[in-house]
Design a protein. Structure first.
Length: 277
């Protein structure tokens, strides 16, 4: 097992400890900080590949800090997200999952700084209608999750980024400026994402029916194991689609309500928990 695997085991242990123990607020807060730090260390090890980033570059990510998650976000925003396209595909997903893990615990000022980068990534991976571009559903799910949590902390930052009309009474509301073209663009992308997601759900549901028939007809254990894996993948795909639809729906409103509930989980994290059972 690599170093990142050992740290992930520590993180899972913290989660189990929290669930099984009645902890005070201060202790829970400390455990959240420890979990974030472990996430950062895991991601640091995952990125240590030639040509991507060096160990020296990674050091600021998990150096001593009272709020390691905040430091990590700022580092990502400045050094990693601008070269997101240059990362290997598996590292892109690692990055998005790390962002999803940390986003519920960010502070408003840090959320405001990172939101523009997240919105740009959303636009990149949520294609316009009739563009012919394929959609990576897991990327979109993670990015929508991150967007909701960051926007929940700094809602009026989305006025100039997405054309929303959220009133906080602060100058940063920028309600006197016209950002309607951003809203129109976002709604077009969201609608296309929802159409693609529903079409995929229909295919996955049909696939699940076929898997069930195949399981009933399977004779060998190997065949049953193979079908079971296919069913698990289909279940994860359906969960991803459901999550995308649930998170996209409120974003159509001019004054949306952002999801800030820390109990919500993106599919990769849910799948990891289920595999541990």
């Amino acid at each position: 097992m690599g170093e990142e695997g050992r740290h992930l085991n520590h993180m899972h242990g913290l989660e189990s400890f929290e669930k099984q123990t009645n902890l005070g607020r201060d202790t829970c807060s400390l455990l959240q900080e420890l979990r974030i730090l472990l996430i950062l260390i895991c991601f640091a090890y995952l990125l240590m590949e030639p040509g991507v980033i060096t160990k020296i570059d990674i050091m600021p990510v998990y150096g001593p800090s009272i709020f390691p998650g905040i430091r990590f976000l700022n580092y990502l925003n400045k050094h990693i997200i601008p070269v997101f396209d240059k990362l290997p595909e598996e590292r892109k997903l690692d990055l998005l999952k790390a962002l999803a893990e940390i986003s519920p615990f960010t502070l408003p000022q840090d959320s405001r700084q990172v939101l523009p980068s997240v919105v740009q990534l959303l636009k990149k991976y949520m294609p316009r209608r009739k563009s012919g571009e394929e959609m990576n559903f897991t990327y979109v799910e993670c990015l929508l999750y991150v967007f909701h949590h960051l926007a929940h902390k700094a809602p009026n930052a989305t006025n100039s980024l997405c054309g929303y009309k959220i009133v906080t009474g602060q100058p940063s509301d920028r309600l006197g400026e016209d950002f309607s073209e951003f809203y129109t663009d976002l709604i077009e992308r969201l609608s296309n994402v929802e159409d693609l997601t529903r079409a995929t759900m229909r295919k996955l549901t049909q696939g699940m029916t076929e898997h069930n028939k195949a399981m009933a007809a399977a004779k060998s254990d190997d065949a049953k194991d193979s079908i079971k894996t296919q069913k698990q993948n289909t279940t994860t795909g359906l969960r991803t689609c459901n999550n995308i639809l649930a998170m996209a729906k409120p974003l159509h409103a001019k004054t949306p309500l952002f999801i800030g509930d820390k109990t919500n989980q993106v599919s990769p994290k849910q799948q990891r928990r289920e595999q541990k059972k």
